[in-house]
Design a protein around this ligand. Sequence first.
Ligand code: UD1
Length: 432
Amino acid sequence: MDRIAITGGFRLEGQLPISGAKNAALPLMCASLLTNGCLRLSNLPHLADIKTLKELLEGHGVATNVEDEGKDLSKGQTVSFTTEVITSTTAPYDIVRKMRASILVLGPLLAREGEATVSLPGGCAIGNRPIDLHLKGFEEMGATIELAEGYVRAVAPGGRLKGGLVEFPTVSVGATENILMAATLASGTTTIENAAREPEISDLANCLNAMGAKISGIGTRTLIVVGVDQLHSADYSVMPDRIEAGSYAVAAAMTRGELELIGNDLLDVLTGTVGVLKSAGLEFTQTDNGLLVKLGSDKVNGINVTTQPYPGFPTDMQAQVMAMMTLCDGASVINETIFENRFMHVPELTRMGADITVHGSTATVRGVDQLLGAPVMATDLRASMSLILAGLVADRQTFVNRIYHLDRGYERLVEKLSTCGAQIVREDGKGI
Ligand code: UD1
């Protein structure tokens, strides 16, 4: 296994391109199953999760063609996805277990073929993460659901889902996406109440409309989808990754540096994150190419923050903000409301000298003067980034192990940070 070695204490400065959003790209790729036309997606990031989903889609009969490899740092790849015929409606355990987002093929397969069988994703490092809301939504659209041998089998009687009212008791990004995709080809109108409002959902809805879907209420709690008989080809560019942008904003502040994050409309997509980072003392200036970020004073301010669905502060930024708070002036309180087991970075940050106490879903972080380099273990994607951030400012060397988590969600991390002055290298085969 590889590891990342970081020598802390170097100020970050320069331009840092923000990649296409993983969490937007994954549902967009699944949307290609809804049409026998060609969905051409540009600004797709080079990430392990994108490869895994490509492999899964190919198993369903999707022909993929890389039209532009997007080799330089500022540009993603352009890939076309064409599904003339669905060759299999089964998503096997071998692939689904690698990536929970695989469940997003269920809605499109069920909508187009009238049936689908998808392995249950199983446990996950950041909590239980059930899929009951997805399944309840499909049932409200007339599907019958059976669970057997670790798989969920969904069937639409008569071969087509029916429009209906899908009212989510709690907000779920994935369930909203799955039902939204399925509803595009259902007969009649589907109303999704208490829909998630994350920008990635709007990105998906806009792409589906470009493919001929009839979705209104985009960006609100109520999505209305008038079903159509078929969708068609479209070209679509994936939105920028707001979590990557937020993570590097934190890196700029922690290293007392100044980074220009390159990307379109970054302030808009960072709603919910920018307010929290500003109260911690970060300053943001819009530039022609993106967003300039730096810390406005000598020390980060302690803050109280609670994770919430969009437009609140995202759970996917919690670990990174916690890493920043380990060096804050005074103390900070971080309350995690979305996932029950999302403090796994705490013991690793503590090994680096952080002062953090956890009671249930609340972490209290008391600022220390200096973090200390150490060998640490990444546990999930965002937790891994918190360790990289801590390593950037820690005394001496930090070795981050199990970096396959980072490969899932941060495109060319080592290259991007080195270009801006970090002392960071990937060491092949040296990890544990
Ligand atoms: C997506 C994101 C993930 C992010 C999360 C919350 C992708 C690929 N992943 O994950 O990075 O952290 O949103 O912003 O976009 N829940 C249920 N039943 C369900 C579905 C969800 O109880 O059927 C619960 C979950 O356990 C969790 C909460 O709802 O407590 C939110 O989960 P959800 O919004 O569905 O997250 P994901 O779509 O899995």
